[in-house]
Design a binder for this molecule. Structure first.
Ligand code: GLN
Length: 542
């Protein structure tokens, strides 16, 4: 669609400058002015998607409604914009090449030599424009992963150069995010790395229209003038991005710097509508001024890396703000929890969340934590593998099925209370073959979950191969372990609860993928409330 405007966000000097947050913040401001906006991430690695990557490599794998396993930046996009993303919002080099090679095999380039330019770059350009051509958006922001100068980013930069030329300056612009480091010895902020980075971009034929400068100190007027002069941009296009105490402050910081105004001016779009950030700012107020506090243990095996559980941590921020409760999350390594340590590790917590995960490492610690939470009435929330561990724990310690297990851990276990889904049995490929994306679930009226959601029919996102084994359902339910959410089409149990416990909920799906600033997830909200109630009860007893 000729009317769609394109914004490209590139990064220079260093990785981890927060391109995703800058893109999401600008998109938020544009959305708050009434524009329909989406954000796309292009990742220059060769995996088809991050689904097969270890969280230590790439942080959390985010999942969209349409079942794409994607970069965690898409989580930020959804949390900021409250608009669902899809497969089209994350494209990797692997996906681009796969598609070009498949076309070659089908004979679509018959007679031609298939090359990086034009075939790969055309495919990239097409993937960028798919979102624009849908007619659903006025503005498409495309974040180019990696750092300018990386060999693997070159085809993307070339695609941006071509698109900018084809679409014209009024319809496409480039925002370059760089670092302005502070040299303590010199007592100065240094502009040289930014100058070099802009020059490097220029060598590929791409001129930066706007510079966003990550910095630990404010940029002086002189420094802005210098950056503008040497980097070929207008002075008002030099935007300071100072370190913020929370990512949710960044839209306001960008508003103060005028990033949205300069963007709209350059794209020849109206700046008449003042951004309406009322709801956003109410959230920030509540987040920053909590009235109470709870301490929740996050039990997982990737806890060394914050990014591994990004969406869970953000969901606690949304739910905490909703309830005006500060949620202190204590990461606890599941391999460090065992019979002797469980009391000291989790005995004092107000709530316990057992995290998603794959494979055998650390699962006995998770089971031990579930047992402790169940026996001591501590609010418990199990997500995906965490829910599966709750089933195993109950089968072992209440039903007395001592060898109960998941076939993921012991493939020939005699009591597979968690077993491979029927349609997974013939699958051998690992990539993109799990049960993925949004599935329906019907909740039992009157259950904790139905009360939390305030409805009975829900849709939540999945990412797993194993499931609750219905052959044990009768036994589990008779002993008080209820299945309170079931997929009606397949009969798969999606939610379990123990009604005799104050708050014990396990979900096979990932509620954390759907929590946003504008719409905190009801289960996280209910869990935080339960933790708070539990804490109060403990205090009145003492
Ligand atoms: N490993 C488990 C399965 O595949 C749980 C997956 C998860 O926690 N995301 O079923």
């Amino acid at each position: 669609m000729a009317n769609t405007k394109y914004i490209f966000v590139t990064g220079g000097v260093s990785s981890s400058l927060g391109k995703g947050i800058i893109a999401a913040s600008l998109a938020k401001l544009l959305q708050a002015r009434g524009y329909r906006v989406t954000i796309q991430k292009l990742d220059p690695y060769i995996n088809i998607d991050p689904g097969t990557l270890n969280p230590y490599e790439h942080g959390e794998c985010y999942v969209t409604n349409d079942g794409a396993e994607t970069d965690l930046d898409l989580g930020h996009y959804e949390r900021f914009l409250n608009v669902a993303t899809s497969k089209a919002n994350n494209v990797t080099t692997g996906r681009i090449y796969l598609s070009v090679i498949e076309k070659e095999r089908r004979g679509e380039f018959l007679g031609k030599t298939v090359q990086v330019i034009p075939h790969i770059t055309n495919e990239i350009k097409e993937r960028i424009q798919i979102l624009g051509n849908s007619g659903d958006y006025d503005i498409v922001l495309t974040e180019i992963g990696g750092t300018v100068g990386d060999i693997e980013s070159l085809p993307y930069i070339e695609a941006v150069r071509q698109l900018k030329w084809e679409l014209g300056d009024e319809n496409a612009l480039v925002i370059h995010l760089t670092l302005v480091p502070f040299l303590a010895a010199a007592g100065e902020l240094k502009t040289k790395p930014t100058q070099h980075s802009v020059k490097l971009l220029m060598e590929s034929g791409v001129r930066a229209d706007i510079l966003v400068c990550r910095t630990e100190h404010h940029l002086s007027d002189d420094l802005r003038t210098k950056l503008a002069l040497f980097c070929n941009v207008k002075k008002e296009a030099v935007i300071e991005s100072i370190d913020a105490s929370t990512i949710y402050d960044v839209p306001n910081l960008m508003l103060e710097e005028g990033l949205d105004t300069i963007t709209l001016k350059k794209l020849n779009l109206s700046t008449n509508h003042i951004p309406d950030l009322t709801q956003w700012n109410q959230f920030i107020q509540r987040h920053k001024n909590p009235k109470n506090e709870v301490t929740i243990g996050l039990i997982g095996k990737y806890v060394e890396l914050q990014d591994s559980y990004k969406s869970i941590l953000e969901s606690f921020i949304h739910a905490g703000a909703e309830k005006e409760i500060k949620v202190k999350v204590i990461p606890i390594h599941s391999e460090h929890v065992h019979h002797q340590t469980v009391e000291s590790k989790i005995g004092k917590l107000d709530g316990i969340l057992v995290a998603p995960g794959f494979g055998e490492r650390g699962i006995e610690g998770k089971i031990e934590a579930v047992k402790y939470a169940r026996e001591h009435n501590i609010p418990f929330f199990g997500i995906c593998l965490g829910m599966q561990m709750a089933v195993i724990e109950f089968a072992r310690n209440v039903l007395g099925i001592h060898d109960a297990n998941s076939t993921e851990m012991v493939s020939n276990t005699k009591n597979p209370v968690i077993d491979l889904m029927e349609d997974q049995k013939k699958i051998t490929d690992k990539g993109g073959t799990m049960r993925l994306g949004a599935w329906n679930c019907k909740l039992t009226p009157g259950s904790l979950v139905a009360k939390a959601y305030q409805k009975e029919n829900i849709q939540e996102r999945h990412r797993h191969r194993y499931e609750y084994n219905n052959s044990y359902k009768k036994q589990l339910e008779n002993a008080g372990f209820k299945a309170t959410g079931v997929n009606q089409e397949t009969g798969l149990v999606e939610v379990i609860e123990i009604p005799s416990h104050p708050w014990f909920v396990g979900v096979q799906y990932h509620p954390e993928y759907k929590s946003t600033v504008a719409s905190p997830h009801p289960l996280f909200v209910a869990f935080v409330q339960a933790a708070y109630d539990f804490k109060n009860k403990k205090n009145t007893k003492n």
